[in-house]
Design a protein around this ligand. Structure first.
Ligand code: FAD
Length: 528
């Protein structure tokens, strides 16, 4: 690429941010313009709202993310606060339902909890920051293990992943010991109960500064870095169309939501990272319609429960002093729902599930003061199993050219069904959740399957593949088949059935796609 070229990135979540960072670091002449439909919430672009100490300010930031923000059309499409269980796998504050029931709402009766965030940093401003790595068949089959391990290491650096977060918590260690006792001998070496990696920076007071798109952008939003001069983030800027001709993208058409002005930007490369529903919708609206677009939708079904920790059982592995230490640490930051996070990871063949176990000193919902477990001194755990959903063409988001949604895009209909393989694994995981709960204490919320869409981890709708055979949207380097300079990113690329939180995996895939695109740009390939 001999002269300065513009790269347009659609979406400012962790994935769009990873593309911006890798491309700007690797291509000396590039200028990145990132378009984000939602508003900037925090002074530092893309920072996690979990880091906002003032509860009213935090609520405001969440509300601002819950729907379109343009002029008089500012409204909340969010989930009522009463339905919010913070820190667990369910639709939460900071998101808005796609099927919200109003005019221009998506149709998603079989996937009712489908949600999105519309703000600088995307869902990455609201996420729980759990960053496990995919393993066994969760990985992308055509990327070698060696390459994959390197990509995960790079993605971990971009996301500030801590592999041993809360490892010094005595309460967390006791929970792991009880789970190890229960499941001993059933799990392969290295895949037993452990701490869950999380994305953030531990602070001297024992709290965590949670990571968002801000840490991925890093030097791009640091005015002292030379890279920041080549990066521009435009919030409240809705990309309406990807402009293309003869299999080559030429730029994007953007609406400035502050004044509804529409303008075009010419770009040498366009990256679409606008989530697993709105990215395929934008491609569709732009007349880019590979056979698999929107299809093969998966998430991991989730069964959850809440357990009051049993004093005698916990007391076998942790002392009263350790409990007191934990409670003291928690009291330093009571607004942060994430503490002592443990897990049992996916392994094959015997344990094709991911268990996430989050300690909290209070239950995530109002517990009747007369309940025998109310005020439980040892606290509680919120636990959830993630299970597989096998990809099928029939599970899809489709788009209707004749029915505009509330933004004027072809409206979405989601069709989704859990079939026999899923039902079997859901029943098995529910049984395991019951065992885990009984090993730790007593249930104050029985295991239950959450409505489809509750995981917030939507995958497959722009899946990557190693052949242009109609079952994938993107090539192994995330380029849309047939479009030399159109790259897509996000959980939608994941082609496999996974059980874990997917963001680290999607950042790893993005690093691979960005490096390849950078190579082409540096070679001066007109069709980068
Ligand atoms: P997003 O973060 O969704 O960002 C996409 C952005 O694109 C949005 O800001 C959107 O406004 C913008 N956009 C859409 N259309 C357009 C357009 N036409 N023009 C301009 N901009 C557009 N994942 C994990 O791995 N671990 C977790 O613990 C975890 N916990 C979560 C907890 C919560 C409460 C939530 C909400 C999510 C959680 N996730 C978790 C999911 C995680 O946040 C997502 O996987 C991640 O943010 C995906 O990144 P992304 O950049 O692909 O998309």
């Amino acid at each position: 690429m001999p002269t300065s070229s513009t790269i347009a990135i659609v979406g400012s979540g962790p994935i769009g941010s990873a593309y911006a960072r890798v491309l700007l670091e690797a291509v000396p002449t590039a200028h990145v313009v990132m378009f984000e439909a939602g508003p900037q919430l925090t002074a530092i672009a893309g920072e996690s709202v979990r880091n906002i100490a003032d509860p009213a300010e935090k609520d405001r930031a969440r509300e601002l993310s819950q729907g379109p923000q343009a002029g008089s059309f500012r409204e909340s499409l969010g989930i009522p606060p009463s339905a919010v269980i913070e820190g667990m796998f369910t639709a939460r504050g900071g998101t808005h339902l796609l099927d919200f029931g109003g005019e221009g709402s998506a149709h998603a009766a079989s996937f009712p909890a489908a949600a999105a965030s519309t703000n600088v940093g995307g869902m990455g401003a609201h996420w729980t920051c759990a960053t496990p790595s995919p393993s066994f068949s969760e990985r992308v089959p055509f990327i070698t293990d060696d390459e994959w391990d390197g990509l995960i290491a790079d993605a971990s650096r971009l996301l500030h992943v801590q592999n041993a977060a809360f490892a010094d918590s005595g309460v967390g260690a006791a929970i792991r010991s009880l789970l190890a006792e229960e499941f001993a001998g059933e799990l392969p070496d290295g895949f037993g109960p452990g701490t869950l990696p999380v994305s953030g920076d531990p602070q001297p007071d024992g709290s965590m500064r949670w990571a968002g798109a801000d840490v991925v952008l890093g030097p791009l939003i640091d005015p002292d870095s030379a890279l920041s001069a080549r990066f521009e983030l435009r919030d409240l800027s809705l990309v309406r169309r990807i402009d293309h001709t003869d299999g080559r993208v030429v730029g994007v058409t953007v609406e400035d939501l502050r004044n509804n002005e529409v303008y075009s930007v010419t770009a040498a490369l366009v990256v679409v990272a606008a989530d697993a529903f709105r990215s395929p919708q934008l491609l569709w609206a732009s007349g880019i319609r590979p056979h698999a677009l929107g299809h093969y939708l998966t998430e991991h079904p989730v069964v959850i429960s809440t357990v009051a920790l049993d004093a005698d059982s916990m007391g076998r592995f942790a002392t009263d002093d350790q409990l007191a230490d934990e409670l003291e640490r928690r009291s330093a930051n009571p607004a942060d729902p994430v503490a002592a996070v443990n897990r049992i990871p996916f392994s094959e063949p015997a344990h094709p599930f991911s268990l996430q176990v989050m300690y909290a000193e209070n239950p995530p919902f109002q517990l009747d003061p007369d309940h025998p477990a109310a005020g439980n001194r040892w606290g509680y755990v919120n636990m959830g199993y993630g299970m597989r959903k096998q990809p099928r063409y029939e599970d899809a988001v489709t788009f209707d050219d004749h029915e505009p949604d509330y933004r004027g895009f072809p409206n979405m209909t989601i069709s989704y069904e859990l079939t026999e393989p899923e039902q079997g694994e859901i029943a098995e995981a529910t049984g395991r959740l019951r065992r885990a709960g009984e090993a730790l204490g007593s249930f104050i919320a029985e295991p239950r399957l959450l409505p489809n869409g509750s995981s917030l981890h939507y995958q497959g709708t722009m899946r990557m593949g190693d052949a242009d055979d109609g079952t994938s949207v993107a090539d192994p380097y995330s380029r849309v088949w047939g479009y030399e300079n159109l790259v897509v990113g996000g959980n939608a690329l994941i082609p496999t059935a996974t059980t874990m939180n997917p963001t680290l995996m999607s950042v790893a895939i993005a690093v691979r796609g960005a490096r390849k695109a950078a190579e082409r740009l540096n070679e001066g390939d007109e069709n980068a």
